[in-house]
Design a protein around this ligand. Structure first.
Ligand code: SF4
Ligand code: SF4
Length: 462
């Protein structure tokens, strides 16, 4: 299926996801390097460790992201997306990325290795599919290419069945969300169990009754990734794990758990990198004010945004993956205590997801009109919208502004196509709006359906 023509960068990212397996098009050869000599190939007892398409290449994305700032005024992100295919034709793309940004990638590759080390030491058996690991395709969902996402999900389902995969353990909360929430929406018989790393680690630490010894005193804070905390409701596990590391002084940031703040990713780092960067600074300042020496989180995109934000402000605060902290403490020593059964709550703060009858434009229009007509224009959703916050509460880029735009677009009111693309794609999909809306609109999901409608109806003028 040909991809609909959409802005260069989204087209570039989506084609790379489908054809090469990751948004940047780095390729499987570099993506699997982190696991060489570490894991066996193929499912072990139906279970795989799933690296996903972000962790293995996030350092390259970080390099490209920082480059957009340096090139500000000279070229924009769409120009960079035009250069990518030319470099690929010249066969210098992946080599160039490795030479330029390979060092940046180590922190993400180490996080994957550390996660495997921790799981193994907790008695979890698993293998890795190496080049055969099918990408989740979550970027297609993010950018509103829902027909393509559905087709891709079907392919992944078939690959897992052929390979005998029944259980997936992953470090990536965006992939966890895709497999746990989006796949069942698009596939009738999706039956793969998907667990996030912290769910297993917290459970096993409790069952074994152990504490880990960091071997030094350290003040740390934790940034809850929105996909993990707000969307999946996984909060207790991370706090429990942190409480089981001896030597930590844990400092909670003001916005945390299901009320976490946004680090600026959600795909915006590709479509509007300068805006994404601005959003990250807000969060970085807040984390810095906790007085922590180190910031931990559990999402590759959040690590990238926070690292870039701290760097931009000239702060030397380290940002790293929680898996690497657990591994470091585990290497230092384990203190045996009493096994316990701990109940980890699952938080449900988002409204039910609306479902269109099909992904055809008419059915998307029907859903979008029905839902956006329920909007009371109260603007509660605007208060915590990180984009509106970064743009001095600019209505057109706020959560409410996007609902108004989608309603106008579907009704056929005159709306400039560039404005449609700009406003729909300047959202980080953090779902803070969905959490606060008093009439229960799932604003974030409506924005994704709005993107799909704009593309498939041709009303975005592209
Ligand atoms: S519109 Fe909603 S999902 Fe998008 S950035 Fe604002 S609060 Fe987050
Ligand atoms: S909070 Fe809900 S009802 Fe109020 S403006 Fe936002 S989307 Fe509309």
């Amino acid at each position: 299926m040909e991809l609909t023509v959409i802005p260069q960068i989204v087209k570039f990212a989506s084609e790379n996801t489908r054809e090469i397996g990751d948004v940047l098009g780095i390729g499987p050869e570099l993506r699997v390097r982190w696991a060489e000599g570490l894991l066996d190939k193929g499912p072990v007892e139906d279970t795989i460790f799933y690296a996903g398409e972000m962790y293995p290449v996030m350092g390259y994305a970080e390099g490209a992201f920082r480059l957009t700032k340096r090139l500000e005024g000279l070229m924009n992100i769409n120009s960079l997306a035009r250069i990518g295919p030319i470099m690929k034709k010249l066969r210098v793309y992946a080599i160039g990325a490795r030479a330029l940004w390979g060092k940046n990638n180590e922190i993400y590759e180490n996080a994957l290795r550390d996660a495997v080390y921790v799981l193994r030491n907790l008695g979890v058996k698993m293998s890795y599919l190496f080049e055969e690991e099918p990408p989740s395709g979550v970027a297609l969902h993010t950018y509103g290419l829902l027909k393509e996402f559905k087709e891709h999900a079907k392919w992944v389902q078939n690959r897992f069945r052929e390979l005998g995969v029944k259980r997936v353990i992953t470090l990536d909360p965006i992939v966890t969300t895709a497999f746990r929430l989006y796949y069942p929406e698009f596939l009738e018989d999706w039956d793969v169990e998907v667990l996030h790393f912290v769910e297993i680690v917290a459970k096993r630490i409790a069952e074994l009754g152990i504490k880990l010894k960091l071997g030094r005193k350290e003040k740390v804070t934790y940034h809850d990734p929105c996909y993990l905390a707000r969307t999946l409701g996984i909060v207790d596990e991370t706090r429990f794990i942190l409480s089981r590391i001896d030597g930590l002084e844990y400092l909670e940031p003001p916005r945390h758990g299901v009320n976490t703040g946004c680090s600026g990713d959600g795909g915006l780092e590709l479509t509007q990198p300068l805006l994404a960067r601005k959003i990250s600074l807000d969060r970085v300042k807040e984390l810095r004010e906790t007085g922590a020496e180190k910031v931990y989180t559990s999402c590759p995109a959040c690590i990238m945004m926070l690292r870039t934000g701290f760097n931009a402000l000239g702060y030397r605060t380290d940002v790293n993956d929680l898996a690497s902290l657990i591994a470091e403490a585990m290497r230092n020593g384990i203190i045996e205590e009493k096994p316990a059964t701990v109940k980890f709550r699952r938080y449900h703060v988002l409204p039910e997801s609306p479902k269109p009858k099909s992904l055809d434009s008419d059915d998307l229009a029907e859903l979008l009109l029905r839902e956006t007509d329920r909007c009371k224009k109260c603007a509660f959703c605007n208060v915590e919208c990180p984009v509106a916050r970064a743009l001095d509460k600019l209505e057109s880029r706020s959560a409410r502004g996007r609902m108004t735009l989608i309603n106008s677009l579907v009704r056929g009111d005159p709306v400039r196509p560039e404005a449609v693309l700009d406003r729909l794609y300047s959202c980080v999909l953090c779902a803070q709006c969905s959490q606060t809306c008093p009439v229960g609109l799932h604003v974030q999901e409506l924005i994704i359906y709005g993107r799909a409608y704009a593309i498939y109806s041709g009303k975005a003028g592209v």
